[in-house]
Design a protein around this ligand. Structure first.
Ligand code: ADP
Ligand code: GN1
Ligand code: MG
Length: 357
């Protein structure tokens, strides 16, 4: 199978090496070495999740165009077409494969341990949204419909509760109650979007910290562009902070170790706003503090729904992983709630500093 795929991109290649790579929850990623200094990333796109993979490829190309000429030391992996000139190879089973350039000597971070890493993450993800600012939102299609729409994710959770497919609902009653109690506060964002008060932009939509590559201690490459498309700024700001400011792993079992670190929040925010403050509208600024809690909540209920469904969406390496992920999101939300005043103060201070030069 892999031979067929590799040869569709590089028909004349001689010997090569290919091995699984990375730790994403959705696609299958491989590193392909044609020679010692000539490597690529080959990915099988999960078509249960991305039902129209051509949307992803077309969007990738448009983003490539948009960032051409940017000279801030940041980039994205470039698409490598097949020998037949297509952006994807569809294998005999109907699975789509995509090849991109490999970023040599890069590292990903799973858990941030230093403030500079958070600052760099803010700078990198901020650069991405700034680079997409001139794009026409209506030229882009959503690769996953209603991906971060809260009402859609709540509907999925309610269905999972009603069906209780895995028969484990009783064991997570408290968790369900926790999330249910916060529905109305967070629904406000969707109301603002629907009322046209928060603008749609082209955003990344999956800004977890390991979707950013570092080279020489600098953010260098924004990766995992599958979800790029229309969205709001809170999706990117919020999801990035959910992971950047988490003091522990996404599925940490010892909840004592899980906290939302306010110093990382401040460092990320400084890097992020340094890039995008000039393009933000007043209403986007006003509710920015809600981004982290919104996205942590959405991930918390998605992990919980997948646990109730018996683990049909996210890759898992052990049985309780989805519920552990959901419990860490709960702990992060509690930690954010107890620091809401500080978060607002930090944001206001950064806005003031940037606006007064
Ligand atoms: P998933 O959608 O499954 O999360 P990603 O696109 O994020 O897949 O890739 C998984 C991992 O592979 C990343 O976390 C990173 O470690 C590595 N990776 C992906 N693309 C590249 C690249 N172009 N260069 C180097 N490493 C990469
Ligand atoms: C998935 O592909 P990956 O691992 O970067 C998911 C994100 C979640 C994330 C949680 C298409 O991201 O939405 O935030 O897991 N991607 C999709 O870790 O569902
Ligand atoms: Mg990823």
């Amino acid at each position: 199978m892999l031979k067929e795929v590799v040869e569709s991109f590089f028909p004349d290649t001689g010997k090569y090496e290919i091995r699984p790579f990375g730790s994403g929850h959705i696609n299958d990623t491989y590193k392909l070495d044609l020679s010692e200094r000539n490597s690529y990333i080959l990915q099988r796109i999960n078509i249960k999740v991305f039902t129209d993979p051509w949307i992803i490829a077309e969007t990738h190309l448009k983003i490539q165009q948009a960032i051409k000429g940017s000279n801030e030391g940041l980039s994205i992996p470039l698409l490598i077409p097949t020998a037949a000139g297509k952006l994807l190879y569809i294998d005999k089973q109907g699975n789509p494969w995509r090849m991109t350039t490999f970023i040599s000597d890069s590292v990903t971070i799973e858990v941030v341990t230093e403030n500079w890493q958070a600052f760099e993450a803010g700078n990198g993800f901020g650069w991405f949204v700034k680079s997409c600012n001139s794009l026409e939102v209506s030229d882009f299609r959503e690769p996953i419909k209603d991906f971060h729409r809260l009402s859609f994710r709540l509907k999925q959770l309610n269905e999972a509760i009603a069906l209780n497919r895995a028969g484990n609902l009783e064991s997570v009653r408290n968790l369900v109650e926790f999330y249910k109690a916060r529905e109305s506060k967070l629904s406000k964002i969707e109301e603002l979007v629907d009322a046209g008060k928060i603008p749609l932009r082209i955003v990344h939509n999956d800004t977890k910290i390991n979707n950013l590559l570092f080279n020489n201690n600098k953010a260098s490459t924004i990766i995992d562009l599958d979800t790029v498309g229309p969205g709001i700024i809170y999706y990117d700001y919020g999801d990035a902070l959910r992971t950047t400011s988490n003091t522990s792993a996404e599925d940490e079992k010892d909840l004592e170790k899980v906290e939302f670190n306010i110093e990382r929040f401040a460092a990320f925010t400084r890097g992020y706003l340094g890039q995008i403050n000039p393009i933000l509208t007043p209403s986007e600024k006003e509710y920015l503090y809600l981004g982290p809690v919104l996205m942590t909540y959405i991930m918390g209920i998605r992990f919980l729904a997948d646990y109730l469904n018996g683990g049909i969406y996210y890759k898992t390496s052990y049985k309780e992983q989805n519920v552990n992920r959901s419990k860490t999101q709960k702990k992060l939300i509690e930690s954010m709630e107890s620091q809401e005043t500080e978060m607002k103060e930090i944001l206001n201070r950064e806005f003031r500093n940037l606006d007064t030069g």
